[in-house]
Design a protein. Structure first.
Length: 132
């Protein structure tokens, strides 16, 4: 936009909010500098690249959200979870509000009524715990 004559005309005519424009440019430059610095640090090995699931849990945790992972003993996705947070969820300890629960009577598709009740009871208990 800097090379666009129309932009300069608008700016010089007084129709632009200059403080807001300056803040916007500053924030853009700051975001770009942080992004480039982090990318360089990762490339040089100073900063570990985090996976999407870990970044997601970190973001939710920082926002104060409760995060409940509910699995059945033979759940197929459990291996993917274990790669990110450990077999028994020990990697969740560093995230406030994150918890792993394995429900013995639960099946993956929640086809049995007892499994649905167990999940409902577990989720409601988690929400009550978070509310206090």
């Amino acid at each position: 936009k800097l090379i666009n004559p129309g932009s300069w005309k608008t700016l010089l005519s007084g129709r632009s909010d200059v403080p807001t424009l300056i803040r916007s440019v500053f924030n853009h430059v700051r975001r770009q500098a942080v992004s480039k610095t982090l990318a360089l640090a990762r490339r040089l090995g100073f900063l570990k690249e985090e996976s999407f699931p870990v970044r997601g849990v970190r973001t939710l945790s920082r926002r104060g959200a409760g995060i409940l992972f509910v699995y059945s003993p033979g759940d197929r996705e459990r291996d993917a979870f274990a790669r990110e947070f450990g077999k028994n969820g020990e990697g969740l300890a560093r995230f406030a509000g994150a918890k792993l629960v394995t429900l013995e009577r639960m099946d993956h598709d929640l086809t049995r009524a007892v499994a649905r009740r167990d999940v409902e009871t577990t989720v409601l208990a988690f929400l009550r715990e978070r509310a206090t």
